[in-house]
Design a protein around this ligand. Structure first.
Ligand code: MRU
Length: 345
């Protein structure tokens, strides 16, 4: 392994950094069953659309490994049940479904269970490395869009931890800094799970990239003060017209960016674009437990019995997005035609 990974395959097991323990401690988990992997996705020990996709592929590889010596029908049934379990974990990030389908297609093409299992394990491992290459390509395409110097605001965590390594939106920031640009990153803390404050700030500190954490409700004022020259975020699912589902709060940031005439960029791999959906209205939005809102650090702060609404994502209309950066190039402005060109050219 050349650089640290968020999730990987080692000795027939899935290993990952436990993101729920960061930044306090770096704990490496290892799993041997698909149920353990599914639980890790649900409880957000691993999170971020590309990381979830690769983790699901590795989970399916575990299931294939466990059933490799079964008769063909039993092998297929085992794989189908494992895929179903993984599909139920988190509904919004389309990368999850994309990577499960990619492995199932391979399995269908190989009738012998042992050979199919070997192919699935190899493919899942290839997806680990492929993810980093995709992110680096995105960085190369996106770096030019960021200013030579100035403030860049980001939301949630889109770095190494949201992927296998390097990151999507944060990968673009990394590439821009590596190319000599002088950037200061404003990191939205990202209520309620605080991925910005806990994870993005941790990554940027380790990289030595100047960063300042703000609470989500400060973004407008920080823009008004002229501290932000660009916004860049990731995505969990992008519809064919460019409407983009991302961490709750992204839409508010996009509206603020438009009000202050600041460019608003989305960076995501092609596996995050769901060409089957015409627009963002039909993107499924995950709702998570009320405790994520009512409790802070394990302590209940809200009155007992209060009603809570906790959508984990929102949808930013394409009209508020300046450009979508992918590993195949930039869709600017995002539209059905500019996004279709990325896969057709
Ligand atoms: O709930 P999470 O932490 O999985 O949400 C993550 C995000 O919303 C990211 O911005 C998105 O997955 C893109 S990450 C490369």
């Amino acid at each position: 392994m050349t650089e640290p990974r968020t999730v990987w395959w080692e000795d027939g097991r899935v290993r990952m950094i436990d993101q729920t323990r960061l930044p306090a401690v770096e704990v490496i988990l290892q799993f041997g069953t698909v149920d353990e992997v599914a639980e890790a996705i649900e409880s957000m020990r691993v999170r971020g659309a590309p990381a979830i996709g690769v983790t699901a592929a590795l989970g399916l590889a575990l299931a294939a490994q466990a059933a490799a010596s079964k008769p063909a029908a039993a092998f297929r049934a085992h794989l189908a049940a494992a895929a179903e379990r993984l599909r139920r974990t988190r509904p919004t990030a389309v990368n999850l479904f994309w990577s499960i389908d990619r492995l199932l297609l391979l399995a269908e093409a190989e009738p012998d269970p042992a050979r199919a299992a070997a192919r699935l394990i190899a493919e899942a491992q290839a997806m680990v490395e492929e993810d980093v290459q995709i992110n680096r390509a995105m960085g190369r395409h996106g770096a030019a869009l960021l200013p030579e110097r100035g403030g860049v605001l980001t939301h949630c965590n889109t770095g190494s931890l949201a992927t296998v390594g390097y990151g999507t939106a944060l990968g673009v920031v990394r590439a821009a800094v590596a190319s000599g640009k002088t950037l200061h990153v404003y990191v939205d803390e990202t209520r309620p799970r605080l991925q910005g404050m806990k994870l993005t700030a941790w990554e940027l500190l380790r990289d030595g990239i100047p960063a300042t954490v703000i609470t989500d409700n400060m973004a407008g004022w920080v823009m008004r003060q002229g501290r932000v020259q660009a916004v860049i975020v990731g995505a969990d699912r992008i519809a064919a017209n460019g409407d983009t589902a991302n961490k709750i709060g992204t839409y508010s940031v996009a509206v603020l960016a438009r009000a202050h005439q600041i460019p608003f960029y989305v960076a995501a791999p092609l596996s995050t674009i769901d060409y089957s959906l015409a627009d963002g209205d039909s993107i499924p939005i995950e709702e998570r437990a009320a405790e994520e809102i009512t409790h802070v650090g394990g302590q209940q702060l809200a009155p007992e019995g209060v009603t809570v609404y906790n959508p984990a994502f929102d949808v930013t209309p394409a009209s508020l997005i300046t450009a979508i950066i992918t590993e195949r190039g930039v869709a600017q402005p995002p539209s059905p035609a500019s996004l279709a060109r990325l896969i057709n050219d």
